[in-house]
Design a protein around this ligand. Structure first.
Ligand code: FAD
Length: 378
């Protein structure tokens, strides 16, 4: 489908900045760029009508890491860097809530549980372990009680005989992912950014005149049109798919399966839950239950994976046993050797902001802003 004269002159020419990727990071970067450079013509180029990455497919945890995930970060990147990463997630969540407003993102301050399942390979937390992690986290979270031993009140709705231990954090919550992304897009459009959805960037090039991106639009019956666009500034926010344009980047796509039940009568549960060091997650969405993850089981077949996820759900939340499934989907995480996102200069005038891992809701908006700060510091 050929670009018309009008499409070309109005939307495909004269940009000061193009952001590739319309997820939370790309939209946040575009919004921040407009704030810092109001006269710039800014566009976000996105290949999928809704966004094809994690931002519209995630579980909606407003989370900064369970104790097991934080301990893993500390061992992998050291106490200081892990604390800085935790602070970035906390700040990112605050930024998201402040920018869009709790009502617009459907934020619920429901708290989170970290559950150790019976017969799993994970261990129940001791009070010394909680004391140690609370002391370490306090300067980032602003409280001495980031994590607490869960009480019976926190565990209402859960089969207590199926768990070995549980930790509660009052600081985490849940959002409505759809509302959050709708609100982000509205905010970006109000700021005057062009949202060019349905265009794929198939290559980028840099020469003395700046950057060039090769865009492609696919139309009915395989008809397509493509062209090169010249632009002085570029931000690549394609997360899991970063290696398509930046082959050297330490990011790999990793599939994640999510299941949501039909409504459950008198559902007794209202929290977000992490299990198995964050590999498994469960929450309610009003009167439905969502479960996802399980990539540590390394099950390639979706049917087998779903069966294993449902077994966990039914064992821990007996009320879900007779509920059929309403929705199931697969999203793609961008992961690398560590959980630290990449914000890096690729060339002068070109920055990459990718590898959000499983906590991009918390950190994504902050990373978008960081990418603009780096771009403008050229
Ligand atoms: C199933 C699942 C559950 C998750 N649950 C949570 C959670 O509960 N809490 C949490 O904090 N995080 C969660 N995450 C992670 C979180 O969703 C991501 O970290 C975050 O959305 C990443 O945002 P992003 O903007 O970097 O990337 P994305 O949202 O992945 O956006 C990248 C965009 O780039 C586009 N793109 C890629 N290549 C091109 C190209 N060549 N041309 C044009 N466009 C391109 C893609 O279509 C995509 O829309 C989850 C992720 C998944 C998959």
């Amino acid at each position: 489908m050929a670009f018309s004269y009008w499409e070309s002159t109005e939307w495909l020419e004269g940009h000061d900045l193009i952001v590739i990727g319309g997820g939370i990071v790309g939209l946040s970067a575009a919004l921040q760029a407009k704030k810092m450079r109001p006269k710039w013509k800014v566009a976000v180029v996105e290949r999928d009508p809704f966004g094809g990455g994690g931002s519209t497919k995630n579980a909606g945890f407003a989370c900064f890491g369970s104790t097991q995930e934080l301990m893993h970060d500390r061992m992998q990147i050291g106490d200081k860097s892990a604390l800085a990463l935790l602070k970035k997630r906390i700040d990112g969540l605050k930024l998201l809530r402040m920018t869009l407003g709790d009502a617009s993102i459907g934020y619920r301050p429901c708290g989170s549980l970290e559950i150790v399942r019976k017969h799993s390979t994970f261990h129940a937390p001791t009070s010394a372990y909680l004391k140690g992690i609370n002391e370490w986290a306090a300067s980032a979270t602003g409280t001495a009680e980031t994590f607490q031993s869960a009480t019976a009140d926190h565990l209402v709705g859960i089969a207590e005989d199926a768990i070995e231990g549980a930790v509660f954090s009052p600081l985490e919550g849940a959002i409505d992912t759809g509302k959050m992304m709708r609100s982000m897009r509205q905010r970006v459009q109000e700021a005057g950014v062009d949202l060019l959805f349905g265009l794929e960037v198939i290559a980028t090039e840099t020469d003395l005149a700046g950057h060039r991106i090769h865009i492609k639009r696919s139309g009915p019956s395989g008809a397509e049109d493509s062209r090169w666009i010249q632009v002085p500034h570029l931000i690549i926010a394609t997360n899991a798919f970063a290696q398509d344009l930046l082959p050297e980047c330490d990011v790999k796509p990793q599939k994640n399966r999510v299941l949501v039940t039909e409504p459950i009568k008198n559902l007794q549960f209202d929290k977000t839950v992490h299990m198995d060091a964050g590999y498994l997650y469960v929450r309610n969405i009003a009167d439905r239950m969502l479960i996802g993850g399980g990539r540590h089981w390394k099950l390639r077949n979706n049917e087998v994976l779903e069966k294993a996820l449902l077994e966990v759900l039914h064992t821990l939340w007996p009320q879900t046993k007779n509920a059929s499934l309403d929705s199931k989907w697969t999203g793609v995480l961008g992961i690398g050797l560590s959980r630290e996102p990449i914000v890096a200069r690729v060339q002068s005038g070109c920055v990459a902001a990718v590898k959000m891992g499983g906590m991009g809701v918390a950190i994504g908006m902050q990373i978008g802003q960081d990418s603009v700060a780096l771009l403008l510091s050229d």
